[in-house]
Ligand binder design. Structure first.
Ligand code: AR6
Length: 168
């Protein structure tokens, strides 16, 4: 099994890269973004400032400061705005572009939070389906990735992902 679901604080993981659900400014925020910047310390913010910003659906990479993980891949999920504004395509791009960056940097174990399902309001079940399908699709091309973890902070997401992975 190359995909696994865990209910954890993403900042505690010892993998090659954790993904951050950032915003376009890359200057930090609440939710998982706030937790990652708090745990990693100033180094991450300094690198993010150098990078400048990130468009929705795109991804950038930094080191991970004081966290056990080696890298943080920052991606910007879409704000849910009814579903007719390319939200699904943009969320798919977050997963694809993050995995592509991981491959480019030789990173083999990657952990994703449930991008866009907190402050950005994306319906959780739709987001989970997009996440699992997109990762499955990328992995079917046999990139040099060993494992993708879906890190679910809340029980609703944990149950959704567990059910979907059972069926996949
Ligand atoms: N570990 C894993 N998952 C977490 C953690 C954590 N420590 N903390 C929260 N989550 P959100 P978004 C879950 O709001 O919807 C920020 O302010 C959370 O339960 O963090 O993409 C950014 O700066 C939820 O399931 O991200 C942006 O402005 C998931 O992470 C905006 O929020 C995503 O929730 C991005 O909103």
């Amino acid at each position: 099994m190359k995909m696994e679901v865990l209910q954890e604080d993403i900042t505690t993981l010892d993998v090659d890269a954790i993904v951050n659900a950032a915003n376009k400014t890359l200057r930090g925020g609440g939710g998982v973004d706030g937790a990652i910047h708090r745990a990693g310390g100033k180094a991450i913010l300094e690198e993010c400032k150098e990078i400048g910003g990130c468009e929705t659906g795109e991804a950038v990479i930094t080191t991970a400061g004081k966290m056990p993980v080696r890298h943080v891949i920052h991606t910007v999920g879409p704000v849910w705005n009814g579903g007719e504004n390319k939200e699904e395509e943009l969320l798919r791009n977050c997963y694809k572009n993050s995995l592509q960056l991981a491959v480019e940097h030789d990173l083999q174990t990657i952990a994703f939070p449930n991008i866009s399902t907190g402050a950005y309001g994306f319906p959780k079940e739709r987001a989970a389906r997009i996440a699992v399908e997109t990762v499955e699709q990328v992995l079917s091309d046999r990139p040099a990735i060993d494992k993708v973890f879906f890190i679910c902070f809340d029980k609703e997401n944990h149950d959704l992902y567990s059910d979907m992975l059972k069926g996949s």
